[in-house]
Design a protein around this ligand. Structure first.
Ligand SMILES: [Zn+2]
Length: 74
């Protein structure tokens, strides 16, 4: 986590870093969607349609999942 420099961010903030996700954020079925495993996720659907790059999604999903496993310290 430290090497990504994302340790001070929450998952929602990490999603905002990826500007190509922004058209899809807010279009998920759940307003608190973290774009990991949720049904009706607009980011996930964009990936399946080829609009978003799976590798770039990995750069979001790996630290996001790490963050969810780590205890919140704020
Ligand atoms: Zn989503």
């Amino acid at each position: 986590m430290q090497e990504f420099g994302l340790h001070h961010l929450n998952v929602e903030d990490i999603a905002q870093i990826f500007i190509e996700f922004r058209p899809y954020l807010g279009h998920c079925r759940f307003s608190n969607c973290l774009h990991l495993v949720e049904p009706g996720c607009a980011v996930d659907e964009a990936e399946k349609s080829g609009a978003l790059n799976t590798r770039r999604l990995g750069f979001y999903r790996v630290p996001a999942q790490e963050k969810l496993r780590a205890p919140r310290i704020y």
